[in-house]
Ligand binder design. Structure first.
Ligand SMILES: [Ca+2]
Ligand SMILES: [Ca+2]
Ligand SMILES: [Ca+2]
Ligand SMILES: [Ca+2]
Length: 291
């Protein structure tokens, strides 16, 4: 275990040295295919050499995720690597190739109720840290975040959690219980990649622990179709889907087929609560420029 922990140090130095390339006018952004293997190695070394307070999540109390190094004194504990699931996410390289990225994730507590979609707004408390332990963001009290505008690794992780229960207290505040808690470990390609952000160096793998209090199904363009259902190609994500080719994704486009009739006025003209498909060709009217 100790040997692997030492391996983290030289690898981090390599990353820091590469950062100096910033001053070089010839600086070229790395390819995802090149960076992803470095990041996977760094993350897997981290996962194998760390653990967390998983016992605390067996009952339903409100506890924080505490990540700790595995040492000779606690080596019988399960490592993060033992506990992690992997979700693969494709990112397109400059030559058009799909590069598979691993989102390593641990569901510390599943939660009880619904999962948000990757395009919904979530009410969450979270910590964000680097593999060297530096905490770059900390939200002890929950805030609303739009997953559609969040890092890909972040929204793919948070959408694996379920909400819990809430009760309104006599003073008007709300208490949340039994909500989902997760820990997400992402290579930089589904994080900030070459960008720096509040103390995060470029090409940094990121770690987030997240508590999901509640969420709101979100319709970004208010056209009557929830953003997650504006996923025309059916890949589970509405990002990049653009039926009329006007460079405005359907989730932000109030006239999805570009026929001059607003989607909201085309969905259900006869008010029977069924989405209209006048010519029965399988394409609903709001996506069919000829209807
Ligand atoms: Ca919509
Ligand atoms: Ca469009
Ligand atoms: Ca739309
Ligand atoms: Ca239309």
């Amino acid at each position: 275990m100790k040997k692997k922990l030492l391996f983290l140090i030289p690898l981090f130095l390599i990353l820091t040295q590469c950062k100096k390339d910033d001053d070089d006018p010839e600086y070229v952004i790395r390819e995802y295919s090149e960076q992803v293997n470095v990041d996977h190695q760094l993350l897997e070394d981290y996962l194998r050499t760390h653990t967390f307070n998983y016992e605390d999540f067996v009952n339903q109390i409100n506890v924080d995720v505490k990540i700790d190094t595995l040492t000779d004194f606690n080596s019988s504990r399960q490592s993060l690597y033992d506990l992690a699931n992997v979700k693969t996410i494709n990112v397109t390289d400059s030559n058009g190739d799909n590069v598979s990225h691993n989102l390593y994730y641990i569901i510390a507590r599943e939660g009880l109720n619904e999962k948000p979609s990757v395009a919904d707004s979530v009410y969450i408390a979270y910590d964000g840290l680097l593999t060297d332990g530096y905490v770059f963001d900390n939200r002890k009290f929950p805030i609303w975040l739009d997953l559609a505008n969040s890092l890909e690794g972040f929204r793919e992780g948070v959408s694996e959690l379920k909400t819990g229960n809430f009760t309104e207290n006599s003073n008007g505040t709300i208490s949340y219980t039994s909500f989902g808690v997760g820990i997400f470990f992402m290579p930089s390609g589904i994080g900030y990649f070459e960008n720096t952000s509040s103390g995060i160096p470029e090409y940094s793998p990121l770690i987030f622990s997240v508590k999901l209090m509640t969420y709101t199904p979100t319709d970004h363009d208010n056209d009557g179709i929830l953003s997650i259902f504006e996923d025309v190609d059916g890949d589970g994500k509405p990002f990049g889907d653009d039926s009329d080719g006007d460079n405005l994704w359907n989730m932000y486009d109030v006239d999805d087929d570009g026929d001059g009739i607003l989607t909201i006025n085309e969905i259900d003209k006869n008010n029977d609560n069924v989405i209209d498909d006048s010519n029965n060709d399988g394409t609903p009217d709001y996506l069919d420029p000829n209807n």
